[in-house]
Every structure is written in structure tokens, then in C-alpha cells.
Ligand binder design. Structure first.
Ligand SMILES: *Cc1c(COP(=O)(O)O)cnc(C)c1O
Length: 345
């Protein structure tokens, strides 16, 4: 069924979940005419979740509406979370904490093999400092959610009232934000009569893709959501997205979800998390120079590289309307100035 028809059939009842307002909603859907023309492919559109409005925007803001709602209902006075050093999630969590007069403490993983001043002092880390978040660092490869939970336990013993948020805000509470985004996309489609055949997004900690799939499924819509992995091999990423989507669909609609709904392409990871591949840098440059839109070197740049690669491989029909979800992250560009300057010189 088309998105416009799905709109008339059902809606998701979010009123039973605690939620605060953090996000500029709805974020616009815009055509990318010049990029579409340049690639000679299908009609490309972009959903501007880089414009969610909180501290340079991004996809974690939608998740934080539900996570902070739950934190406040539990009388927390501190948000505790984890991420890579240049985490967009930590930056948005720190900003959300400020909005509600909460403290924020983050455990940062040195997941990317860099410790230069740009990486550890600019971009998101700089903004975390501006929001007065406190942090502690870890070396790569630990169970970071366990590290952050331990930190939360310690902070509780010290007299704080911490609320633990897993990496990327990706549990069922956070993923609700992207079930709500799915409904927003269906509403926008109905409002404009513009139907989409594909939704493409970067996928990392999985809450975004899982929330979108669970949301669309509970609305009775089967718009395929293709995740471009930024880190993990396809099989692992599918398992993580499927697990979370299925848990969320049980909450929303009382039933699990088949794994066949989860589509992931892992061809654009490059050397690893946080290391831009050549295709990432090309995607950033093309999208900037043709559309005036900023992507990032860790997530949305790889997501867009995936979209561009699929167009070039004729994955889509020429008549398709393909919606790219811009998940934000441009603050991290400043942590990658040397690499980007070198690549473009
Ligand atoms: C976190 C993040 C993603 C990935 O979203 P997940 O829900 O973690 O899969 C994509 N893009 C940006 C910019 C992000 O910060």
C-alpha cells in the first residue's frame, strides 16, 4: 500500500510513553535535484533530521525525547551515557541535559585510532565541554554499556540520581523516536501526495533503523528501509537491528517481526568505524557542492556513499523516489579537518 494510504489506516499511540519536547518537528523533506541529475539516477529526496534543532541537530534528539521523558519520570538528576570520543549522541545528550537542568556524564571510548588535538578537542568534544558534561575515557574494545552502567552505579553511591542511556540511545525507549519519525514520514507523504519506494539511512547502534521499521510495520506499511552499516558486517548488523525492531514491535503492536524486513548493506564501512573511506569523502564533497548540505565523516557520509553507490549500480528503478534520512553529525567535520583538507587538495 502507498504511504498516503497507510496514513488513513492507523496511527501509533505514543501517549502511553513519557516524552519531552526537544525536536523541531516535522523536519523537512526536500528534493535533491542537482545530486539526482548528477548521478542520472532515481529521484533523490532528503529528510532533514540534521535539522532537529538541538545543538546542531541529529538523530539522537528524537530518541532523547522519550529517554529524557523516562529519566524525569524516575526523578533522575543526571544522564549517564557512552559513545566514541566524537559521539554525536553524547553531544545531543549533554545538550538535552542542559535543557532540563540535569547533569550529564559520559564514558568515551577511544574507538578510533587517533588522539590528535582535532580529534580529542574539537567538533563534538568541544561542544560537550560547552554543555559542561563530565567525561572519563576508555581504551577501545571494552563492553561500553557495561562501563557506563558501572559509572552510573558509582555516581549513585556518590549521591547522584543517574539515568543510564545506552550507546546511541538505542533501546526500545529511544527507538520510539524513530517509530514516531516513521509516522511523520507517512503523514508528510500523505500531505504532499509524494510516495517513496525506498528509505535509506546510515545504521550504527541500530535504534534509528529499528525504530523506523517497527513504526512502519505497525502502521501497516512496508516501505523498505535500507541501512548502510558504518561499522559492523552485515550479518551482525541485521541481527542487532532485528532484535531491537522486534522488541519494539512487540511493545507497539504485540507481535514480533520477521528478520527478512531488515536490509543492511555493509559495503561502505571502509577500514572501520570513524575512518572515512574514499567513498565517504566523495559523498561529503558531492552533497556539499551540489546541494549545499553538510554530511559527516562517520555516519551520514557513509550512508550517502551507500546511496550513491547503489544508484551507480542501478539498484533502484529510474522512476523510484528514494528518501535519504540525514541523521546529522556535521559537528564532527571539525574533528576531521586535516583528513578532509588532504583529500580535497
Ligand atoms: C548515531 C548516528 C547514526 C546511527 O544511528 P543509530 O541509531 O545509532 O543506528 C547515524 N548518523 C549519525 C550522524 C549519528 O550520530
Amino acid at each position: 500500500m502507498s504511504l498516503a494510504e497507510a496514513h488513513r489506516i492507523s496511527s501509533i499511540d505514543f501517549s502511553r510513553f513519557k516524552r519531552v519536547a526537544l525536536c523541531h518537528r516535522p523536519t523537512p523533506i526536500e528534493p535533491m535535484n542537482r545530486l539526482s541529475e548528477h548521478l542520472g539516477g532515481p529521484n533523490l529526496f532528503i529528510k532533514r533530521d540534521d535539522c532537529t534543532g538541538l545543538a546542531t541537530g541529529g538523530n539522537k534528539t528524537r530518541k532523547l525525547e522519550f529517554l529524557v521523558g523516562e529519566a524525569l519520570s524516575e526523578n533522575a538528576n543526571m544522564l549517564v551515557t557512552q559513545g566514541a570520543v566524537q559521539s554525536n549522541h553524547v553531544r545531543q545528550t549533554a545538550a538535552a541535559a542542559c535543557r532540563f537542568g540535569l547533569k550529564c556524564h559520559a564514558v568515551l571510548e577511544r574507538r578510533v585510532p587517533r588522539n590528535d588535538d582535532f580529534y580529542e578537542g574539537s567538533g563534538n568534544v568541544f561542544l560537550d565541554m560547552l554543555f559542561r558534561a563530565t567525561f572519563e575515557f576508555r581504551s577501545a574494545g571494552l563492553d561500553m554499556n557495561a562501563e557506563a552502567e558501572n559509572a552510573a552505579r558509582r555516581l549513585r553511591q556518590e549521591g547522584h540520581r543517574p539515568y543510564f542511556i545506552p550507546g546511541g540511545g538505542s533501546n526500545t525507549t529511544g527507538a520510539l523516536g524513530y517509530a514516531a519519525c516513521a509516522e511523520e514520514i507517512v503523514d508528510q507523504s500523505a500531505g504532499t501526495g509524494l510516495d517513496f519506494q525506498w528509505l535509506v539511512t546510515a545504521t550504527g547502534s541500530a535504534g534509528t533503523q529499528a525504530g523506523l521499521i517497527a513504526g512502519l510495520t505497525s502502521l501497516g506499511h512496508d516501505l523498505p528501509v535500507l541501512g548502510i552499516s558504518v561499522r559492523q558486517p552485515r550479518r551482525q548488523q541485521v541481527a542487532v537491528v532485528h532484535g531491537l525492531a522486534s522488541d519494539l514491535l512487540k511493545i507497539l503492536a504485540g507481535r514480533p517481526m520477521p528478520a527478512s524486513k531488515v536490509q543492511v548493506d555493509d559495503g561502505y564501512v571502509g577500514e572501520g568505524y570513524g575512518i572515512p573511506a574514499e567513498s565517504t569523502l566523495e559523498a561529503i564533497r558531492l552533497t556539499a557542492s551540489l546541494e549545499g548540505i553538510l554530511l559527516d565523516p562517520v555516519y551520514s557520509g557513509k550512508g550517502m556513499a551507500g546511496l550513491i553507490g547503489l544508484v551507480r549500480r542501478d539498484f533502484f528503478k529510474p522512476s523510484d523516489n528514494v528518501l535519504f534520512l540525514h541523521t546529522g553529525g556535521s559537528s564532527a567535520l571539525f574533528a576531521y579537518i586535516p583528513q578532509i583538507v588532504e583529500a580535497y587538495s
